[in-house]
Structures are given as C-alpha cells and as structure tokens.
Design a protein around this ligand. Sequence first.
Ligand code: UT7
Length: 327
Amino acid sequence: MHAQSIGILGLGAYLPEKVLTNFDLEKIVDTTDEWIRTRTGIHERRVSEKGIATSDLASKASLEALQNANLKPEDLDLIICATITPDTLFPSTACYIQNKIGAKCPGFDISAACSGFPYALTIANGLVKSGMYKKILVIGAEVLSNFINWKDRSTCVLFGDGAGAAIIGEVNNGHGIIATYLGADGAQTEILKIPGGGSAIPLTVETLEAGKQYVYMEGKEVFKLAVRSMCDAIEKVVELGGLRIEDIDCLIPHQANIRILDAVTDRAGIPSEKVFINVNRYGNMSAASTPVALYEAVKQGMIKKGSNVVLVAFGSGLTWAACLIKW
Ligand code: UT7
C-alpha cells in the first residue's frame, strides 16, 4: 500500500548577500529607479560573487530544508534540480549538489525555466506516490547574473540570483499535494531564450560577439501570455482539486513583474492580501522564485496548518504549472 498523502517535509532558501539596487543599475545602464519600480515593482535583487555557481546556492538551501525536515543527506532517495543556469551543460547540477551536501542518491536536472519548481514538485509527487522513492529533494536555483547582458537595460534590471529547496515525502493524511497541472506551448520558444551555447548555436567568437550567450526576451509578448497561462493554471488546479477560487488561502505566484501579478489576481478574482509578493526584494529568480516565496510565506505566518496554497508559475518554453497544496 503506497502513501495516500505526499507533501513538503521541510523548506530551505538561500539568497546571496550582495544586494544590487535600482540606483546601482542607474550607474551601469541608461535606466532609472522610477522606471524599474513602476514597470516591474522591483526595488533590488541579489547577485552572486564571482566564482559562485548555482550548485553553491542550491546546496545551502538544500541543507536548510533537510534540517527543517529533521533529515540527513543520506536519507535522500533522489535529487531533482530545476534550473536554467546549470553549473555546466553536463554533468547535471543535481550531481554537483549531491557531492556538496554529502548525499548518495541519484539526481537529475529539469529544464522548465520559471515553471521549473512546480514541474519538479509534480515529478517528485508522482515518484513518491508510485512507491519508488520515499524522500526527494526538489530544488529551484539560479545564478542568472552570469547569463545576463549587463549592457541590455531591457533585461538586466529584471533578474536576480537565489535558491529554494523542499523535501518531498509522506505527510499526514488529508494534507499535502492535492493536485498539479502542467502546460507548455512549444510554438513560443522564440520569445524568451538563451539562443547560444546549445547544439543549435554552439558558441563561437562570432556568436559571442553577437551576445547569443545572454537572455533574450520579447517582454510585451511574454507579459500577455504570462497573464493568460497563469490564470488558466490556477483555474485548472483548483478545479482538479475539487475546490473553488474562494477556497485559496494563499497564492504563491512566480515573481516576474508586479503588474503581471496584479493582472492575474484581478482576473482570477483572488484578493491581494492572499497573494505573497517578494519581487520587490529579489526580482525574477526564475526557478528559484516560487520556492523562495513559499519559504518566506511559511516563515512569515501567511501559510498556516490547513491553509490551501496554490503555487503558480510560467516561463520560457513557454511553460506554465500550478500545484495545490493543503498545508
Ligand atoms: O519569468 C518570465 C519572464 N519574463 C517576464 O515575465 C517579463 C514580462 N514582461 C515584462 O515584465 C515587461 O514587458 C517589461 C518590464 C520587460 C517591459 O515593460 P513594458 O511596459 O512592456 O515596456 P516596453 O518594453 O514596452 O518599453 C517601454 C519603453 C521603451 O522605450 P520606447 O521604445 O517607448 O522609447 C524601452 O526602450 O521603456 C524603455 N525601456 C527602459 N527604459 C528605462 C526598456 N527597459 C528600460 C529600462 N529603463 N530598464
């Protein structure tokens, strides 16, 4: 007989200490604090020191999650790392993390951009439910600062570095992950991507000079699709879980832009006091945004035992995803 309820046993987060404010950015590119705040809601973001890789941030978040779950690295059965800024193209960042935290289990990465954490949570939920594994470490971690063109004002003001981690396993009946929903539209691969460095456009002097190694985004198009796909994901996951929108106690959305979040919650009919926001402090941390937000919402008491929590994200791919969790 396999587990009836699968949920989160412990959470962890790690943010680099170095803060980069909008005023700091005014000195680097032609922008203003006022433009960034009014168009995005971002006031500051964290950036890693030189030489720090995604697995470094991920390992710190993972060790805290293990501690909060009262577990040791050797108790883990699997590591799944969601990232678009891996330490290397291969091996996987999960393998670097395994070594750094002293775990012995298998591990792999998934690529679903900003939707990576709810995607990974969905995989972990299925694997524990099947009885294959008991304890899975799920991580969303990014060092985006190494993949941003710091001369491009339309993207460099948006992103930040960070990591969040969760341990997935059996929880008390009636709690845990109630429903998950994943979506993707491969017709939209061109509007948000790092074009170079893969097999399609390997890095050469020419592609490096053309900046193909950096994040490219058609912001307006992404904005429109973000609102539509997040609203869709919220509605679907709530319906799959047999609840109504009014039953949501806390919404943990991907933190890309405050205007996107306002539009989503407005359209979905969720009051703003139920929505957790930290985009002002960290910017868009891609796969790290939702686990860090979840960690902070629990820590600040916004999520309590019994709360119905919806995690929702969208990102490059395009991908979108939602998880409904009874805390
Ligand atoms: O995690 C997934 C990812 N991404 C997103 O969710 C991002 C979605 N998109 C957005 O959040 C918004 O589209 C942006 C914040 C990226 C841009 O906001 P916008 O209201 O769509 O602005 P815009 O791109 O239409 O640009 C308006 C103006 C332009 O000038 P002109 O052509 O009107 O003269 C830009 O050149 O603002 C200019 N601009 C800037 N000005 C000052 C663009 N970036 C900046 C900047 N500082 N940093």
